[in-house]
Design a protein around this ligand. Structure first.
Ligand SMILES: Cc1ncc(COP(=O)(O)O)c(C=O)c1O
Length: 429
């Protein structure tokens, strides 16, 4: 008789997991207020009070402890305005991690610069500071790092490297809303912090983004870069337009809609509490997984003073799992629990969405073919070994968390029954 649910056995759990995103009364109230108003975009005339876009920008900046925040349509556009504000373009190189969402590289190419893909630190899954150091050359202008899954990059080492070599630092915080390094929130360590508020993220409006900075000049540039070159009027009166034609820098329209900002302002109220609940359940899961042979949860570096969990991640020793890797183990865990288990991203050089040859204009970027050949052995090892589960599962009642560890134990015990070719899920953002 089959034991594993993947092979037709009884699953361990079939009562579901918390839904994500979470609708809250405040989110609904804000969305309703926005829809009932005559202002659905910052490009509409001002009403009697500040619009949601400006309210959310202030609230998010306060939450992060930074002076400036520019809301954008999505995380990709926040990376784009960061690169553009830093004046990165043709002939420049930007160092990016070998394990990340494709936007880390595609945004660099979108400003006609060359992404230089370097390897990650197998302990944290984040970019390896030593690999950054080795990749710095005469054309390097910036480093675009990603705080991945439940880790924070080694910000002390990377900030110091960037300062020493005169490089800009972009912190992609799409997966780390609220995480802290040495007591200061991520998004405030780089020259720019880039956030995504896409559907799966810790803070979401379905789509959304924000670029944060401590630098007033970068703020002015990013504001205009995402507003078609327009800047905000100092004291707009009701009925007047809030955006005026500054044109200090040529921009595009990446403005966040009022409706998305209204939703985010509502959702932000719950982020601290949700992060605390996720961290509490992650600690339970760490403890429960300690008893499973061949399983090691990914640990945060000691300087992480607040850890967030976009995806809870653990490493399996394939030797203890009958030689199977994270892909088939994740499939078996999904079948046992219905919880969103996945392997990590495919390493960036072979990510199916990194396709530089499909756009003629990328032909003008020298040496772009080389990015597909970048050697990232640590990212490859992480891809084989690391299993993740989306943060929505960590919002479950703490009593349910044991099921996740029981499922890992069951799959480990019955690993011999796993089909080597278990079908992987489509890798989400
Ligand atoms: C690390 C990282 N950077 C950038 C992005 C792009 O954000 P968006 O989808 O909001 O454009 C994502 C995913 O969405 C991401 O995970």
């Amino acid at each position: 008789m089959a034991d594993l649910a993947l092979n037709g056995g009884a699953p361990l759990w079939s009562e579901g997991w918390p839904a994500w995103p979470v609708q809250t009364p405040r989110t609904l109230e804000n969305a309703m207020r926005c829809l009932q108003s005559e202002r659905w975009a910052i490009s509409g005339p001002r009403l009697d009070s500040d619009g949601f876009e400006q309210i959310f920008a202030g609230e998010f900046a306060d939450f992060l402890g930074v002076p400036y925040c520019v809301p954008t349509v999505n995380g990709t556009s926040s990376l784009l305005v960061a690169l553009e504000a830093l004046d990165i373009g043709a002939g420049d190189e930007v160092i990016v991690p070998g394990l990340t969402w494709v936007a880390s590289a595609s945004t660099v190419m979108a400003v006609n610069a060359r992404p230089v893909i370097v390897d990650v630190d197998r302990r944290t899954l984040c970019i390896d500071p030593e690999a950054i150091r080795a990749a710095i050359g005469p054309r390097t202008r910036a480093v675009s790092i990603v705080h991945l899954y439940s880790s924070v990059c080694d910000l002390t080492a990377i900030r110091e490297l960037c300062d020493r070599h005169g490089l800009a630092l972009i912190e992609d915080c799409a997966q780390a809303h609220g995480a802290e390094w040495e007591g200061r929130k991520v998004g405030g360590w780089g020259d720019v912090g880039a956030f995504s508020m896409q559907q799966t993220k810790l803070l979401t409006a379905g789509e959304g983004g924000a670029a944060t900075t401590r630098d007033e000049t970068l703020y002015r540039r990013m504001y205009q870069l995402r507003s078609d070159g327009r800047s905000r009027v100092a004291l707009p009166r009701p009925g007047e337009m809030e955006l005026s034609m500054a044109g200090e820098v040529m921009g595009s329209n990446y403005c966040m809609s009022e409706l998305n900002a209204a939703v985010l302002s509502g959702q932000l109220l719950d982020l601290r509490d949700q992060n605390t609940r996720r961290a509490g359940n992650a600690a339970l899961l760490d403890a429960a997984l300690a008893a499973v042979p061949g399983v090691t949860p990914i640990q945060a570096l000691p300087q992480v003073t607040e850890r967030t969990y976009y995806y809870y991640t653990f490493r399996i020793d394939p030797g203890a799992f009958g030689g199977h890797t994270a892909e088939s183990v994740s499939a078996a865990l999904r079948a046992e629990t219905g919880a969103p288990f996945q392997p990590v991203y495919p390493p960036l050089p072979r990510h199916p969405l990194l396709r530089p040859a499909t756009k003629r204009r990328y032909g003008a970027i020298p040496g772009l073919d080389g990015i597909l050949k970048a050697a990232v052995p640590q990212a490859e090892a992480v891809y084989r070994e690391c299993v993740t589960v989306h943060h929505s599962a960590l919002l479950a009642d703490p009593a349910r968390i044991a099921v996740l560890a029981e499922a890992v134990a069951k799959v480990q015990q019955h690993a011999g029954e796993l089909d080597a070719m278990a079908t992987p899920m489509d890798n989400p953002l």
